[in-house]
Write a protein of this length. Structure first.
Length: 116
């Protein structure tokens, strides 16, 4: 899966914005102001996503392309190498999982405000 397709997939999600809050090379996607995906453009071959801690461990054990979040909480974030055995379907599923986790963690008031 290429970066542009991944960007379009993330932006198609409700209440999602993109920005460069850290530097000019790190693209961040947020839902209702909370991060759910990070793409370091200088590498162009990875994405970091939130993940349930138990599932994160399972995914890391199954796929060598999935590692603990790069420069992030190793418990709650995974980094996925986009070049390798990971199918576009699995990558989209993990983007969806990350997005859903962030929404689940929002206050009810915030979910209502953003129509989530």
């Amino acid at each position: 899966m290429d970066i542009e397709s991944l960007r379009e997939y993330c932006l198609a999600k409700k209440a999602t914005t993109e920005s460069f809050p850290f530097d000019e090379e790190t693209l961040v996607f947020k839902v209702a102001g909370k991060m759910f995906a990070i793409i370091p453009l200088e590498h162009g071959d990875r994405i970091s996503l939130k993940c349930d801690p138990e599932r994160a461990l399972e995914l890391r054990a199954e796929w060598e392309e999935i590692t603990p979040g790069w420069h992030l909480s190793k418990k709650h974030w995974n980094s996925l190498m986009l070049k390798g055995r990971l199918s576009p379907e699995l990558i989209r599923e993990l983007v969806d999982h990350s997005y859903a986790l962030v929404i689940k963690g929002l206050r009810k008031k915030d979910r209502q405000e953003y129509g989530l």
